[in-house]
Write a protein that binds this ligand. Structure first.
Ligand code: LMR
Length: 394
């Protein structure tokens, strides 16, 4: 049965973590997988999460099953983190999913069920797992131009020009904020222009928002979701609590359907629940319970927001620090774009060979598509990483 199977391909991100752990060099730096690390190089359990877990431990009386849609209070709170617009909330429904990857897959499955043969348009480049997840659900994938390799910013004109080819049966996947891998986000004008095109051409937006709070702030980072949901009849959203609550391994995400009306959205949710039942039955409860406990408690919410803001500001400082080190050492402005990027990632514009060189010669682990995770830096790494980037570039 298994004899004809080819040897497995390594996951381009997760395999890096394993290689990093095995590396015995003292100067190694992990800028691979998207996790936030503090100045000691530790991914902390957030203060509000520790407090919420304690509260839950004291109050928990059962481990009985929850339900196919997961925790309903979590579902509502996760939606409200994205939008407070009552006219949108009234035609939205959602399920809790095992991380945003689970949300991506469930939403891809419902697209394939509702509109068989649909094409999903992905940004070029996009999160390395987007294409495999869409294709695993049987969807066709096309790409739209997004990132200008010269300016290292979004090329809005090229994006709009490609998306003119997306029609009624098509889905356009957008990154809500903190684009993965580039760090280059749509401006307010960009969101408005893509929305206008969707109104005109009839394609359905699908927003993946996994880094809310790491770009310009919790509220600002949801602009795209808010603007599109208020101005379009239908939309799909998947959101993640992995990064902004630091709940990575708890697999806590949402799949949200915004319909023309609540009947459509609820029918879609019913299908999502069936899909969940035939895939994993129901999502894990712990992470959602933590998020719910925090968001239903004013003090815990305030503490969570303030720690998230500290993380966001530290990320900004790391970006500035890295740029300063590069500029001081090289005298060049070439990497100043790192300061303009949002969230955890930036692409350096390096080839796979250059990323291998960074890894093999300098013990700096980034993804082969040229992505580095700024949130993996410690202040003490800045000088070495800056010098390595200069050396590998030249
Ligand atoms: C990343 O892009 O590094 C994260 O989203 C982790 C993952 O699942 O790939």
């Amino acid at each position: 049965m298994f004899s004809h199977l080819p040897s497995p391909q390594q996951d381009p991100i997760l395999s890096l973590s394993a290689a990093y752990r095995k590396d015995t060099r003292d100067n190694k730096v992990d800028l691979g997988i998207g996790v936030y690390k503090n100045s000691d190089g530790v991914t902390p359990v957030m203060r509000a999460v520790i407090a919420a877990q304690q509260k839950m431990l004291d109050a928990q009386t059962t481990k009985a099953y929850v339900g196919m849609a997961g925790d309903e209070e979590f579902n509502l709170q996760a939606l409200r983190l994205l939008t407070q617009d009552q006219s949108v909330i009234e035609r939205a429904s959602s399920i809790q999913t095992p991380g945003a990857s689970g949300g991506l897959r469930m939403l891809a499955e419902i697209i394939a069920f509702s509109q068989p043969g649909s094409t999903v348009w992905l940004s070029n480049p996009s999160y390395v797992n987007h294409q495999p997840v869409m294709e695993a659900a049987g969807l066709k994938v096309k790409h739209y131009q997004y990132f200008d390799a010269k300016t290292k910013q979004v090329d809005l004109n090229a994006m709009l020009s490609d998306l003119k080819g997306a029609g009624r049966q098509d889905i356009v996947l957008l990154h809500g904020c903190c684009h993965n891998p580039t760090g280059a986000d749509l401006s307010v004008e960009g969101w408005k222009a893509v929305t206008e095109l969707a109104q005109h051409n009839g394609f359905t937006p699908f927003i993946d928002i996994a880094y809310q709070g790491f770009g310009n702030g919790l509220e600002q980072d949801a602009f795209g979701v808010q603007y599109m949901s208020a101005n379009l009849p239908e939309m799909l959203v998947t959101s993640s609590c992995s990064k902004n609550f630091g709940l990575y391994r708890e697999r806590t995400g949402s799949a949200i359907i915004i319909g023309e009306n609540i009947t459509h959205a609820n029918n879609a949710r019913g299908k999502l629940m069936q899909l969940a039942r035939s895939t994993y039955t129901m999502p894990p409860a712990h992470g959602a319970s933590i998020v719910k406990t925090i968001l239903l408690d004013n003090d815990l919410t305030a503490d969570w927001k303030s720690e998230l803001e500290e993380m966001r500001l530290r990320l900004r400082a790391l970006r500035t620090g890295l740029c300063q080190e590069i500029k001081q050492r090289s005298g060049s402005d070439e990497f100043e774009f790192i300061k303009q990027h949002q969230g955890m990632f930036s692409v350096l514009g390096f080839s796979a060979e250059q990323m291998v060189k960074l890894r093999e010669q300098y013990a700096i682990y980034g993804v082969d598509d040229g992505r580095i995770n700024i949130a993996g830096l410690r202040e003490q790494d800045l000088a070495n990483v800056a010098q390595a980037i200069i050396d590998v570039k030249s």
